[in-house]
Design a binder for this molecule. Structure first.
Ligand SMILES: Nc1ncnc2c1ncn2[C@@H]1O[C@H](COP(=O)(O)OP(=O)(O)OP(=O)(O)O)[C@@H](O)[C@H]1O
Ligand SMILES: [Mg+2]
Length: 459
């Protein structure tokens, strides 16, 4: 009898802006540097066939394949070990996370607890940013593709993900920051025939413009200063799988024709190389910019826009689907409860009202952070409206400022979101960029565009 899929995956960060994930089903997954590995790791210290992960019953095991430099867990060399949810192991310079859950899981994004002015560490037995995943139990949800929500918009979105996912078309996912674009991208991959192949996330905004070509297409040894060994790029790692180009609007204009060629011809050339290599990856892209406007301004190529946007999926902002706010808030609260060693407060009807009337410029991510912050500060058995008094009315915040003249409603919302996150992070731009999921350089650029001066936020 075939057993139910326990919904396990491996996830590894390849560089600052690139992550590779692979689903673990019944078949064995081979990890290595070679092209025939299911999970390709591009560092020369990784053997061609380095390790394997396989399943016996409902349990997964990791075994080294006689690699040159060994596979390590907790600093010790591994011959063969069972894998439990959250376990990490090391192959070459890469730390690989094993995650196991039901078919639909909480998101891949780590929870963050916003520092609370005056909040004490003792009152907050919750994980801090950067906390090791291995110590963080995650909750599983019975929501298609992890998209929690009861309203018609989320139901329609899940249905679109199911239908569009099954095709092999390129998809452009549009939506405001924090609205769930990455969750949708993961859903499209999971709904496709490529689901057992790698899902490679490249955050175009997090990689410096000089490095992005090599991150996408790889490089040959000696291609540029510092290229001491040949290295595969995201397209090769995503061969037969999916590549998710996040923040595609940040892709340098000069690189766009090369990306277009890779998409049209399903072939790439490494930087400094002459060989043409097959690269059959389905491309998903996301943006919180208005790419059509970027095309009009000639900062984004029209031909590439039509190629990546063959199908567009719009993720609606949270304020346009207010019926989802309470279920998502409860979902985050349940997630915190699973990670906490004390009983957590419930949401009072007044608190739900307060949440339902806020405009959520930072969308679901802002809601998640608000729940975390309120839980850290609350001392009663119930969260009440006052526990969410830190939520500012973005329309009011926006209308308070003269710099908002000429900004679209969406830009005003983004400006308010950046301001509120900067405030929450005490003006710290590195943490703000990380929490917002954008590159620090992008944050600076947006602060400049929106006329946000340092003294507005440095507290
Ligand atoms: N419908 C939902 N149900 C549960 N969690 C959600 C939902 N939508 C978004 N999230 C969670 O909210 C957070 C932000 O979502 P995500 O990273 O997908 O947003 P995004 O649109 O990619 O944002 P950005 O443009 O800033 O990159 C994640 O933790 C994600 O799991
Ligand atoms: Mg994102």
């Amino acid at each position: 009898m075939i057993q139910a899929d326990p919904g396990a995956k491996l996830s590894v960060s390849i560089s600052n802006g690139m992550t590779v994930e692979i689903r673990l089903g019944l078949r064995e997954i081979r990890i290595g540097r070679g092209r025939d590995a299911d999970l390709q790791l591009p560092d020369p210290s990784v053997s061609r066939q380095h390790a394997r992960v396989y399943r016996v019953g409902n349990r997964y095991f990791l075994a080294d394949l006689g690699s040159r430099n060994g596979t390590h867990a907790d600093g010790n060399p591994v011959t063969q070990i069972p894998l439990d949810d959250g376990r990490t192991f090391q192959v070459g310079p890469y730390r690989i996370h094993f995650l196991q859950c039901g078919p639909a899981t909480s998101s891949g994004e780590e929870p963050t607890v916003a520092p609370v002015p005056g909040g004490s560490a003792a009152a907050a037995p919750l994980p801090t940013p950067g906390a090791k995943r291995s110590s963080v139990p995650r909750i599983c949800v019975d929501a298609p593709f992890g998209l929690v929500g009861t309203g018609p918009a989320v139901r329609k979105l899940s249905e679109t993900v199911r239908r569009v996912g099954a095709s092999d078309a390129a998809v452009l996912i549009e939506g405001e920051t924090g609205s769930g674009k990455e969750l949708v991208a993961r859903g499209l991959h999971d709904a496709s025939d490529r689901r057992d192949r790698p899902f490679v996330v490249v955050n175009c905004g997090a990689i410096s413009p000089e490095l992005i070509e090599s991150e996408l297409f790889g490089h040959e040894r000696g291609a540029f200063t510092g290229a001491t060994a040949q290295r595969r790029g995201a397209f090769e790692m995503a061969h037969n799988g999916t590549i998710f180009l996040d923040e595609i609007g940040e892709l340098p204009y000069t690189l766009q024709p090369k990306l277009l060629r890779a998409l049209e011809q399903k072939e790439i050339k490494r930087v400094g190389g002459n060989e043409t290599l097959p690269a059959d990856a389905r491309v998903l892209a996301a943006t919180n910019r208005n790419l059509k406007e970027e095309v009009a301004k000639k900062t984004f190529r029209e031909d590439l826009y039509f190629r990546v946007g063959a199908i567009t999926v719009a993720v609606p902002p949270l304020r346009d689907r207010r019926e989802d706010i309470a279920p998502i808030a409860r979902f985050f609260l349940a997630g915190l409860a699973a990670r906490s060693n004390r009983p957590l407060p419930a949401l009072s009807p007044a608190a739900i009202d307060a949440l339902a009337t806020h405009d959520w410029p930072g969308n679901v991510r802002e809601l998640r952070n608000a729940i975390q912050r309120a839980v850290v500060m609350a001392d009663g058995a119930e969260l009440c409206a006052a526990d969410f008094s830190f939520l500012r009315d973005p329309a009011k915040a926006a209308s308070d400022c003269s710099a908002c003249a000429g900004l679209s409603r969406w830009e005003q919302a983004e400006r308010a979101n950046i301001l509120s996150e900067l405030g929450r992070q005490g003006g710290n731009k590195t943490r703000t960029a990380r929490t917002l999921g954008i590159a620090k350089s992008t944050l600076f650029e947006k602060m400049k565009r929106y006329g946000i001066r340092n003294q507005e936020t440095d507290r």
